[in-house]
Ligand binder design. Structure first.
Ligand SMILES: NC(=O)c1ccc[n+]([C@@H]2O[C@H](COP(=O)([O-])OP(=O)(O)OC[C@H]3O[C@@H](n4cnc5c(N)ncnc54)[C@H](O)[C@@H]3O)[C@@H](O)[C@H]2O)c1
Length: 370
């Protein structure tokens, strides 16, 4: 039997909301049923730019629900970071499933409240919009790892480098962020490290700053050493592995994004440079790795082996649709409980820099049902 088309509200019709509008139009389970924004000028232009009648454009989710003859299934929260915690929890209170953009919240306490709200409503699905874990090139790397476990064996370490040049400033609400890069871009990378390794970050030692030449007001640059472990090894440093993270929005000269996944029997590397994305795999031919063979791995779209070839936002919508069909029994994999552990890394980086100490992250999710 074909699914009923599910109705989504986009809350915050700014820049990134267009990516969600496009995904809702492509995915056969979904439609854009209403929009919400506090900017009434934007709402007046809704029919031409958003393809929804003015009568389906509101300033709050409550209004949208009050004036609609049909119920909504999902709120996609696409607003500035400082509003995520309140809007996501209001959406849950209103009985809506939620996709909330990254960064999940602005403080550990806010994130914990969101986890508790999600736990109190197991019938609803939640997700954080860290869709870059589902980009084809990131999935290609992970898929190669999953399919070649016998040759690669365990992961031994990981390096993620992301170097970009945003020039002198960023506009809009981002100008006011204290930890600009860490709150806006790094959440994708830190979540990706968890996704690729299937481990949690348990300890962080980091600096978070802006280079002396920079005109940025908030911090633009993060260097971190991360310890990763499965839950059974959180308290057992002998079984931790380590990752380095270098993220920079004020890099001059050569710019690139690179992931190096090092394993006992080989390594997988992803290089994104000048618009070209290349995944390559190296298998060691002797135990020391002095002799090795490197091959290029073809990019593949079947994220988590989905046969429809959905990537990025489309795959998040696919997970959300299945989760709603199951009445919350199957949660999207970036659900609030899981995503809190990615969000916690950003908070650990801030604490580590401010205290100049290594921060043990499981303390952030102590007593939470995760
Ligand atoms: N996942 C990604 O790849 C990705 C990429 C870009 C942005 N984002 C995230 O998307 C969110 C929005 O970013 P953007 O660049 O689209 O910002 P934007 O400034 O272009 O749009 C934000 C919109 O939210 C509206 N808004 C503000 N407060 C509101 C409220 N309380 N209720 C309803 N509407 C409100 C604003 O009027 C504006 O239209 C941020 O959380 C950002 O981190 C995610």
């Amino acid at each position: 039997m074909k699914n009923r088309v599910k109705r989504a509200i986009i809350v915050g019709i700014g820049g990134h909301a267009h990516a969600w509008k496009k995904a809702l139009a492509i995915h056969e389970d979904w439609c854009l049923a209403a929009i919400v924004d506090t900017n009434t000028d934007k709402l007046e232009n809704a029919p031409s730019t958003w393809g929804v009648p003015e009568t389906h454009a509101y300033t709050t989710m409550e209004e949208a629900i009050h004036f609609s003859e049909e119920p909504y299934d999902l709120a996609i929260i696409e607003t500035p970071t400082f509003s995520h915690h309140v809007l996501a929890m209001e959406a849950i209170d209103l009985g809506l499933n939620v996709i909330c953009e990254k960064n999940m919240a602005c403080s550990v306490d806010q994130g914990r409240q969101m986890v508790k709200a999600a736990h109190a409503h197991p019938e609803l699905c939640t997700a954080i919009g860290t869709q870059t874990r589902y980009f084809a090139q990131n999935w290609t790397l992970k898929k190669y790892l999953l399919e070649n476990k016998d040759k690669l064996e365990e992961i031994t370490s990981l390096n993620l480098t992301y170097l970009y040049n945003w020039g002198k400033t960023r506009q809009g609400w981002r100008r006011w962020l204290k930890d600009l890069f860490l709150e806006d871009m790094a959440p994708h990378h830190l979540d990706l490290i968890r996704y690729l390794t299937d481990m949690d970050v348990v300890q962080v030692k980091a600096v978070n700053f802006k280079p002396s030449f920079s005109y940025f007001k908030g911090s633009s640059t993060t260097y971190a050493i991360l310890a990763l472990a499965k839950p059974e090894n959180y308290d057992n440093p002998d079984n931790w592995i380590y990752a380095t993270y270098r993220g920079d929005w004020q890099k001059k000269g050569e710019l690139y994004h690179r992931v190096d996944m090092n394993c006992v029997g080989g390594e997988i590397n992803l290089l994104e440079k000048a618009g070209k994305k290349t995944v390559s795999a190296t298998l060691f031919e002797d135990p020391e790795g002095f002799k090795y063979q490197t091959t290029e791995v073809q990019n593949t779209n079947d994220v988590e082996f989905n046969i429809k070839g959905y990537t990025s936002e489309l795959y998040l919508l696919e997970e959300m649709s299945k989760g709603i069909n199951s009445k919350g029994k199957t949660q999207p994999s970036t659900n609030f409980k899981d995503a809190f552990k990615s969000f916690a890394i950003t908070q650990g980086i801030i604490e580590s820099y401010e205290t100049n100490k290594a921060v043990f992250l499981p303390k952030y999710w102590k007593n939470l049902p995760i």
